[in-house]
Design a protein around this ligand. Structure first.
Ligand code: AQP
Length: 342
C-alpha cells in the first residue's frame, strides 16, 4: 500500500483550555473550515485529554469544552459536514495512545520542545501525561488514518513525531497500515505573535489579556487591543522585505493578510508606507468585521448547552465508527487475540 492508497481525510484538534484566540482562529479554525468546504472528510476534536496534562478545574474544563465547540461552529464548522466531538468520548484515542507509548522511544519524546517549554525548569514535577502528549496526539490522528492535519507552526515537531511513529509501526510489523500524515501549515498567519511582544507566540496561557485577541472579545475590546498593540516608531515599509527585522510590524501585517485572505505582498501594495496611526485603524476595522460576529454567535450558541452536548455526542458516535475498526486491526496486526470479523 502506498500513501496514495489512503482516502484523503483531515483531522485536527484544539485544547479546551480557555481563551480561544486569534492565533487559534487563523492558524487552525479558519483553515479547518476551508478544508471542510473543499469536500474532504473532516474530523475536528476538542482534545480534553490533552488539556488535563496540566491542571484544569473541572467546572472550567466543562465550560471551556462547550465554549470551544461553540467557537468551532461559529467559525464555520458545520456539525452535519464535519465530525465535531470531544476526545474523551472516543476511548480508541487512549487505547491507541498506549500502543504508541510502546512504539515511540524515550529519546524522541525528550527532544520535544513543547514539553521543555511547558515543563520549564521543574520537569521532575510535570505530569507523565505532559511528557507522553505527542503519542496521544499521534493516536488522535492515526486512529482515523488521517492523511492531512492543518495546524499552526508550533505543532510541526509533533506532526513529525506522528510520522515517525507511523513509519516505525509499519516497519516493525512489516505492514503499510498507518498513513504518513502530511502537516498542512499554510497561509500568512501560521504563527501569530503576541500583541505585546513580537518574539512570543500569541497564547492562551499568556497572563496578559492585552497580548491576544480572544474570540469572545467584543468589538470595543478588539479595537482597543489593536490600538495598544506594540509597534516600532517607523511607518510600514514599502515592501515585505522591509518587515524582516521588525517582528511587531510583520505580525500586524500577517494578521491583516490572513483576515483579508490576501497575500502579504498585496497588503504591502495597499498599506506600504502608511504610519501605524493609519494602519492600526484599518486592521481594527477588519478584525472587528471578521471576529466580532464569531463572538456574538458563540454567546448565542452557549445559551443552549444541551444542544452543544448533543452535537458532541453525535460526533463521537460517528468518530467511533471510523476509529473502532482501525484499532481492532491494529491489535490484530500486533497479535492480540480478539474478534476477527472487521
Ligand atoms: N499563535 C498561534 N498562531 C498560529 N496558530 C496557533 N495555534 C496556537 N497558537 C497559535 C494553533 O492552534 C491550534 C490549537 O492549539 P492548542 O490549543 O491545541 O494548543 P496550543 O498550541 O498549546 O495553544 P496555545 O494558545 O499556545 O496554548 P498554551 O498557551 O497553553 O500553549 C494548533 O493547531 C496550534 O498550532
Amino acid at each position: 500500500m502506498t500513501e496514495a492508497a489512503f482516502t484523503p481525510r483531515v483531522f485536527s484538534g484544539i485544547q479546551p483550555s480557555g481563551n480561544l484566540h486569534l492565533g487559534n482562529y487563523l492558524g487552525a479554525l479558519k483553515r479547518f473550515a476551508e478544508a471542510q468546504n473543499q469536500g474532504v472528510q473532516t474530523l475536528y476534536c476538542m482534545v480534553d485529554l490533552h488539556a488535563i496534562t496540566v491542571w484544569q478545574e473541572p467546572a472550567d474544563l466543562r465550560h471551556a469544552t462547550r465554549e470551544l465547540a461553540a467557537g468551532f461552529i461559529a467559525s464555520g464548522l458545520d456539525p452535519a459536514r464535519s465530525i465535531l466531538f470531544n476526545q474523551s468520548q472516543v476511548a480508541e484515542h487512549t487505547q491507541l495512545a498506549w500502543v504508541f507509548n510502546c512504539v515511540a522511544r524515550m529519546g524522541w519524546m525528550q527532544r520535544m520542545t513543547q514539553f521543555k517549554d511547558k515543563a520549564g525548569k521543574n520537569a521532575q514535577n510535570a505530569s507523565l501525561g505532559l511528557f507522553a502528549y505527542p503519542a496521544l496526539m499521534a493516536a488522535d490522528i492515526l486512529a482515523y488514518h488521517a492523511t492531512h492535519v492543518p495546524v499552526g507552526e508550533d505543532q510541526k515537531q509533533h506532526l513529525e513525531l506522528t510520522r515517525d511513529i507511523a513509519i516505525k509501526f509499519n516497519n516493525d510489523f512489516g505492514v503499510d497500515f498507518f498513513p504518513i500524515t502530511e502537516p498542512v501549515i499554510e497561509g500568512a498567519a501560521t504563527r501569530v505573535m503576541s500583541l505585546r511582544d513580537g518574539a512570543k507566540k500569541m497564547s492562551k496561557s499568556d497572563p496578559s489579556d492585552m497580548s491576544r485577541i480572544n474570540l469572545t472579545d467584543d468589538a470595543d475590546a478588539i479595537a482597543k487591543k489593536i490600538r495598544k498593540a506594540k509597534t516600532d516608531p517607523e511607518p510600514l515599509p514599502s515592501e515585505a522585505k522591509g518587515l524582516e527585522e521588525r517582528p511587531e510590524a510583520r505580525n500586524l501585517v500577517n494578521i491583516y493578510a490572513a483576515l483579508a485572505d490576501k497575500s502579504v505582498d498585496q497588503v504591502m501594495a495597499e498599506a506600504g508606507g502608511k504610519p501605524f496611526s493609519e494602519f492600526k485603524p484599518m486592521l481594527a476595522d477588519l478584525a472587528v468585521d471578521k471576529i466580532a460576529p464569531i463572538s456574538t454567535e458563540m454567546s448565542r450558541l452557549m445559551q443552549d448547552v444541551t444542544e452543544i452536548d448533543r452535537i458532541l455526542a453525535n460526533g463521537a458516535d460517528r468518530a467511533r465508527a471510523i476509529a473502532a475498526p482501525i484499532l481492532r486491526q491494529t491489535y490484530d496486526i500486533m497479535g492480540m487475540v480478539g474478534p476477527r470479523e472487521l
